[in-house]
Design a protein around this ligand. Structure first.
Ligand SMILES: [Zn+2]
Length: 221
């Protein structure tokens, strides 16, 4: 799981171009197979999905050449409100940027419209919000996979509430949803709405990256 890419960074959620290139190089060298969610079955060993959240303009600026160079693919999770109205003072992609991303290298997926924490809002709000997310992408003629990244990686903790959210996802035809969680996933999965993503931090060294890739986390015990 990545967010922003910049030439220089001291933020956790922003990876430097130099580090990202080292990581991509490593994936290539070790023969990792980069996939989209739409290609999830069957999945061989060493399959990875590279994901980028929120739709930052720097993704558009830096990723196409890098993905092409290392023959990798990425999924970008789009909260449509951030594209329409902006987010803090970050530069975001616009719908035309998203539409123009090369489909050989980019898959678009859902990140809710409003980017609210699913723990704090009603199931009805969630359903409406996800419908809005899909409707806007449809209207903008942007193809997407029915895969959701929970905003902030969060969904209700209590089982009853959680199951209500999951049944909304099912009803809307969403196939997978991803949270944050330092774990490697095995496919087929019993928990399609709780797939874990490993967060790659801005300052992670290549060794940390390798450990996360193999074990899903840094500490083994
Ligand atoms: Zn987000």
């Amino acid at each position: 799981m990545y967010h922003q890419v910049e030439r220089e960074t001291d933020e956790d959620l922003t990876v430097s171009l130099e580090n990202l290139e080292k990581q991509f190089q490593y994936l290539r060298k070790k023969n990792y197979k980069s996939k989209f969610f739409s290609e999830l079955n069957p999945l061989g060993k060493k399959s990875i999905i590279l994901t980028f959240d929120d739709g930052y303009k720097n993704n558009f600026n830096f990723l196409p050449s890098l993905l092409e160079k290392y023959d990798l693919k990425a999924t970008i999770f789009i909260p449509t409100k951030f594209i329409q109205e902006g987010y803090k003072n970050y530069m975001m992609m616009n719908f035309e940027d998203i539409r123009n991303l090369d489909k050989n290298y980019f898959e678009i997926a859902l990140h809710s419209h409003d980017h609210q924490n699913f723990r704090n809002i009603s199931v009805d709000f969630i359903e409406n919000d996800l419908q809005t997310n899909m409707q806007i992408l449809d209207n903008e003629n942007i193809g997407y996979s029915k895969v959701l990244a929970y905003p902030y990686g969060k969904f209700p903790k209590k089982r009853a509430e959680k199951m209500k959210v999951f049944s909304v996802l099912e009803k809307l035809g969403i196939e997978f949803a991803v949270r944050i969680g330092n774990k490697v996933n095995y496919i087929p999965t019993q928990k399609p709405f709780e797939l874990c993503r490993i967060d790659i931090k801005g300052k992670d060294s290549l060794i940390k990256f390798k450990l996360k890739l193999i074990f899903g986390r840094l500490k083994l015990f």
